[in-house]
Design a protein around this ligand. Structure first.
Ligand SMILES: [Zn+2]
Length: 141
């Protein structure tokens, strides 16, 4: 019943994901800024992990950072993501991963707006937007 998301073979992800999704989430890639589908998206809803569909971020916590990547002040829940120190490219950054399948999502920086002061800088291709459920919006019928 419970899937072992962290031990899927590479072939599983290559089949499930697009080449760009695979490159970013499984090979720690970064999409080009201002190219992502959700860079300037404002639709309400939830952002899921593109790999395992775990809910990661809420659209209401998304803000315009001007960086060219979707930016959030806080994850949906503290345990939705894992933060890992990343010393690649001669910098010390904090990498953000999906806590369930270890997908690389992006990085978190300490220059976000209040109240958290954090900026979760996430690749669009690592996310899948799920609109708010129709049932919640159309209770009249
Ligand atoms: Zn995941």
């Amino acid at each position: 019943m419970t899937q072992d998301w962290k031990n899927k073979p590479e072939s599983y992800w290559r089949e499930k994901l697009t080449p760009e999704q695979f490159r970013v989430t499984r090979q720690h890639g970064t999409e080009r800024p201002f190219t992502g589908e959700y860079c300037e998206a404002h639709a309400p809803g939830t952002y899921l992990c593109v790999c395992c569909e775990l809910p990661l971020f809420e659209a209401g916590r998304k803000f315009e950072s001007g960086t060219g990547w979707p930016s959030f002040t806080v994850p949906l829940t503290p345990d939705a993501i894992t933060e890992v120190v990343d010393r690649s490219h001669g910098m010390t950054r904090t990498e953000v991963r999906c806590s369930r399948c270890d997908a690389h999502l992006g990085h978190v920086f300490p220059d976000g707006p209040p109240p958290t002061g954090l900026r979760y800088c996430i690749n669009s291709v690592a996310l899948r937007h799920q609109p708010s459920s129709v049932g919640e919006q159309e209770k009249s019928s």
